[in-house]
Ligand binder design. Structure first.
Ligand SMILES: [Zn+2]
Length: 129
């Protein structure tokens, strides 16, 4: 099953939940959550691309990845990190891998930006209407 089909199932359930109440609504929401979880863990899903030098991947709250990379600069190891959802991060990185992990994890915990792959619509100019 393709991820788009799985996401379509979840969207249908979420739309249906809008007009329901009580236990029926909770049931629809729970089922939608399960479909979304399946889309996230679907083994048929293509692997997400990560930057060169990635040594750690952290899943954000919104489902994107935050990655910690390792770079060697003049004999020193640096650990920059970046969120592949919103682009936030530390470009040059510190020399401590654990600090980078802690910072990246802190960001991932509060980042609700969806993964880039689900934002594949081309940018449109702002309308002046
Ligand atoms: Zn982010």
């Amino acid at each position: 099953m393709q991820n788009t089909d799985i996401q379509h199932e979840a969207a249908t359930l979420l739309r249906a939940a809008r007009t329901e109440t009580g236990a029926r609504r909770e049931h629809l929401l729970e089922e939608a959550r399960l479909w979304l979880e399946l889309a996230r863990t679907n083994p048929a899903a293509p692997p997400e691309e990560v930057p060169d030098g990635t040594v750690m991947r952290i899943r954000t709250r919104g489902g994107a990845l935050t990655v910690v990379m390792e770079a060697k600069e003049a004999g020193t190891h640096l650990y920059p990190w970046t969120c592949l959802g919103c682009g936030d991060g530390r470009k040059f990185g510190g020399t401590n891998r654990k600090d980078a992990q802690v910072e990246a994890t802190r960001h991932a915990r509060d980042c609700w930006v969806l993964p880039q792959s689900t934002l594949n619509a081309p940018a449109r100019p702002l309308s002046v209407a």
